[in-house]
Design a protein around this ligand. Structure first.
Ligand code: G6P
Ligand code: ZN
Length: 550
């Protein structure tokens, strides 16, 4: 153990920034904004003031390794020491995936953790950085906490920072700094042990080492590389090289670490190429999102949630049944059908993982998910990319069927909810807001109207009352239901850092066995026309087509 003796914590004068309101998932800005003098410090001090007293408490700290991660870790350690924490657990190299951070907070009964990530947004000197506080349950701070943190940022005048040399982050060690014990911990082992306790690793080992089942995990040069190597290659025995792009890079290799068909093209080529693999998966910058592919087959995240729910009893961790499920509002209603058949509750929440926290803590749900490539369960309080991939591998090991067959059998039983999301990125903020407000103004008169040949059944602006604490969240997106079963949702993203991102979510239900294998955009083409007719997307955004379709 190395010990460093104290000067007194230093109090630094600062001036408030007015733009530190956390979005869907923490505070996300360009790196250059975070590099402004006092910017990071103000936000961190606001977090500490909000959860104070910090004396005697334990804090978890880590990030996805993106540009500015290490510098920020050093600053936050010194501030945590100066604010009186008695114990800090830091992932080696400053690394912790978001689900691993959640796992470490819970396992060590910390008062919370600070996670540095801008998730799936690109990294690098001119790209994005982010910071969020997770509470003692391991989950993202609920709205009332993020609101309180924001209030603090507006009036902050000082922050505390201990004056010391940089901490060595790369060796596992225990360091004493003033009253505080800093443990540099293995970022992978607790998480890997948790996964091993949940799934049937023997059956999965037999599958991935059989030689008949070829798979690839694309870590996209992001945080899950070391986690996937340890679990998929070392513990499950998949061939070396199964995990590609496995070394976390500060700029994610110049890529966009978002696991979807557009950005994970290297993986997509392996699953749709000449000699396609049987299974492919990818996760995002901080390891909480996932995409799962079969041979020439894409599993929509909404379907993934429905399938995991329907098959949970096949997984050791859920063999005794599940309490209920939840999905974010824009996520398709595929899981609702499964929940109904299983006679378990299904909750519809606003976009953002934080809304699942209360339901999970209260034991009302076991599984939850979002269309934005997030699935998770009560094992942690974050969505969990690798967990979802292991769930699928466990399922395949038990069912002994190709991915496509598992999914098509599911559709044959429950019907299929065709789903797509159209994103219009970096559009003019004023124009996007204008479009949404004009749409909202139309809501009271939409029901009964026939637009582009479709009859509107109902429309509203989604609001949510949390069944656990009765807190109310309003203005979460415009929902338009059609009499033919279709649904269109319009909302503005809460995670972008440039202009506004308009998201249009479209889904429709199909039960006819002859019509279960259509191309998604084709199946939704009429709905797409209705969306344009009702909202005037092209004229407001000036765009002819979406930038990204998932
Ligand atoms: C993050 C959050 C998710 C959310 C997603 C999309 O990944 O953790 O809960 O669904 O962003 O949010 P957005 O506001 O950009 O649609
Ligand atoms: Zn993420």
């Amino acid at each position: 153990m190395t010990t460093e003796k104290t000067n007194q914590p230093k109090k630094y004068k600062t001036r408030a920034f007015i733009d530190q309101k956390p979005g869907t998932s923490g505070l996300r800005k360009k790196v250059t904004q975070f590099q402004q003098v006092g910017y990071l410090e103000n936000f961190v001090q606001a977090v500490f003031n909000t959860i104070s007293p910090c004396q005697g408490k334990k804090l978890v700290l880590g990030g996805d390794g993106r540009y500015f991660n290490r510098e920020a870790i050093q600053v936050i350690i010194r501030m945590a020491v100066a604010n009186g924490f008695s114990h800090i657990l830091v992932g080696q190299g400053g690394i912790l995936s978001t689900p691993a951070a959640s796992c470490v907070i819970r396992k060590n009964q910390a008062c919370g953790g600070i996670i540095l990530s801008a998730s799936h947004n690109p990294g690098g000197p001119d790209e994005d950085f982010g910071i969020k506080f997770n509470a003692e349950n391991g989950g993202p701070a609920p709205e009332k906490l993020t609101d309180a943190i924001f209030e603090e940022t507006l009036s902050i005048e000082n922050y505390l920072k201990f004056d010391s040399a940089d901490i060595e982050l790369d060796q596992l060690a225990t360091i004493q700094l003033d009253q505080c014990q800093i443990d540099i911990i293995d970022p992978v082992s607790d998480y890997a042990d948790l996964m091993e306790s949940m799934f049937d690793f023997d059956a999965m080992k037999a599958l991935v080492s059989s030689g008949d089942f070829r798979l690839c995990f694309d870590a996209m040069h992001a945080v899950n590389g070391p986690y996937a190597k340890e679990i998929i290659e070392n513990r499950l025995g998949a061939p070396k090289g199964t995990v590609i792009n496995s070394i976390p890079l500060t700029d994610f290799g110049g890529g966009h670490p978002d696991p979807n068909l557009v950005h994970a093209h290297e993986l997509v080529d392996l699953l749709y190429g000449d000699d396609p693999l049987d299974f492919g998966a990818a996760s995002d910058g901080d390891g909480d999102r996932n995409m799962v592919l079969g041979k020439n087959f894409f599993i929509n995240p909404c379907d993934s949630l429905a399938l995991l729910t329907a098959n949970a009893h096949l997984i050791p961790a859920y063999a005794d049944g599940i309490a209920g499920v939840a999905r974010s509002m824009p996520t398709s209603r595929a899981v609702d059908r499964v929940a109904k058949a299983m006679n378990i509750p299904c909750y519809e929440t606003p976009t953002g993982w934080k809304f699942f926290g209360n339901l999970l803590d209260a034991g009302k749900i076991t599984l939850c998910g979002e269309e934005s490539f997030g699935t998770g369960s009560s094992h942690v309080r974050e969505k969990d990319g690798l967990w979802a991939v292991l769930f699928w591998l466990n399922l395949i090991a038990v069912k002994k069927q190709p991915v496509s067959e598992i999914v098509m059998n599911h559709w044959a039983q429950y019907g299929r909810d065709y789903f797509t999301r159209h994103d219009y990125e970096a559009v003019d903020s004023a124009a996007a807001k204008d479009m949404i407000s004009q749409l909202k103004a139309k809501i009271p008169t939409l029901a009964g109207q026939v637009i582009a040949g479709a009859t509107i059944e109902s429309a509203d602006d989604f609001e949510y009352i949390d069944p656990v604490d009765n807190s109310k969240t309003t203005a979460q997106g415009v929902r338009i239901y059609l009499t033919n079963g279709g649904r269109i949702v319009f909302r503005l993203s809460g995670t972008g850092t440039q202009g506004a991102t308009l998201r249009v979510y479209l889904d429709t239900y199909q039960q006819n066995p002859e019509l279960l294998a259509q191309e998604t955009q084709q199946a939704l083409s009429e709905l797409i026309t209705v969306a344009e007719a009702v909202a005037g997307i092209k004229s407001f955004t000036g765009r002819e087509k979406p930038d990204v379709i998932t």
